[in-house]
Write a protein of this length. Sequence first.
Lengths: 298, 286
Amino acid sequence: MQSKLSWQEFIITRAIKASGYSAIVFVALIFYFLLREGLPTLGEVPLGDLFAARWYPIESYFGILPLLSGSLLVTVGATLVAVPFGLGTAIFIAEIAPRWAREILKPLVELLGGLPSVVLGFLGILALAPNLRVFLNLPTGLTALTGSLLLGGIAVPTVVSVAEDALDSVPRAYREGAWALGATRWQTIWRVTLPAARSGVLTGIMLGVGRAIGETMTVMMVTGNAPVLATGLGAFFSPVRTMTATIAAEMGEVANGSVHYHTLFFIGMVLFLISLAVNVTASAMVFRSQKRAERVLS
Amino acid sequence: MNKLLLNRNQTQRLGFALLTVMAAITVLPIILVVFYVISQGGAAISWEFLSGFPRDGMRQGGILPALVGTLALTVGTAIFSVPLGVAAAVYLAEYAPENGLTRLIRIAIINLAGIPSVVYGLFGLGLFVLFLKFGTSILSASLTLSIMTLPVIISTAEEALRAVPQAFRTVSISLGATRWQTIRRIVLPEALPGILTGIILGLERAAGETAPILFTGAAFFLPRLPNSPFDATMALPYHLFVISTQVPEMPFQIQYGTALVLIVFVLGMNLIATIIRSQARARRQW
């Protein structure tokens, strides 16, 4: 009995340990398959053609610059929406709102985070785009701006929840110290609480921006899908196409193993590397701030 | 401090008002969206709509195959991601030493959470559909979705396990229980509500996703229900995408109805998770 038990325990412990490592295995597998299917592009399309301004795969134009600029444009727009509103809402919830307002606001923001992106895209097409078109007098409502507004909405819950956590974890004594010195609550927020929560707030913003870069369905549905190189701010009011939308829209129709197929995987690889960079930086910031907190506390 | 027209109390009042307005602007559209979809889609909901097949190029009839497909994908995702995710959380909370390797695991989890959903779709296509030859199927799509769901389940379950007081473990071990017996009989049952919450939140995300299943398991239109894990399937989010972008002259009512069913499905799961969490909190004695 005893030996059977310890034998069982041995196996279970091994299985648990193996599961623990699974996350590393999956990240490695994902990277491996992106490389395996994406790297052949470099042999098939000359670098000069790959970083060219024309994406028209039917005639073998594989320039990814329009897609990069599309992603950049929409992401910058989304950041301009998500940072002020996300941060404003986080500060309001953490520092100003009375208890009842907090109890209403937090679930509502979580609700926004839970809405499937395809629903936001759907509403973008039917409700937001037609109004923007009339309001701004544009030929079409499906533009980079429409995508930016919706993506901003998608990034807001991430910014709010991470930033609010960071603000919440600033020790109360910091605020009391500032008030005791005669600072108003407003001054305390800007001069004491927010600087103390800086790394958490930045992490929230980075993760929000990361979500915006990777968002697929919403941008595919509302940005008009025109792979045109953006050359100025006017591009906000015309259709664009992002890297994610290009993969989603075209992968279903390509022949496996073709140049087009490899190039779409190559774009996926670029997206993977961007998200890797964003997340490693964000987690490094968290680790650093934890270490600092440990130093302060000990 | 302010040399302009405002003294610092007025600055504060103005600033607070500004933040209040910003929070309101952030939240009001959410309420508006939910009520708008309910009011527009409510009229489409009927037993026929929920239990019928799409007809006339999807412009009439119901959404049964999409609804069943999303259920199948959610269950399939749970089969793979729940055991693996909970086991990984147990490892991180109960076994993992504080060293570089554990830190690497944590960084990998954060990265899994941040990888764009369409990249998961590419990966699923490369590994499950083509390399392992599972084809465009419920199996491939579920496997893809479960890897995407893993970070949510691991991090919430780990948090729930860590919240169980250390004394519980000490007492159990001191009574002669082994480490695994302690985890199985004491720690896991105590952490169960938190773990369930994490599982439901993860599955909620999987149920609403479109991009990962685009090339791994989603079908544009099927006149029948899928009858094996190796069949492709219709799914609610993909169906909503199809009828709002690919089908010309699609009646609005069916579009809003489909959106409403999807929202109810996803937010219903969210609600269940919230209820489990708050009940467990109320009942907890430690």
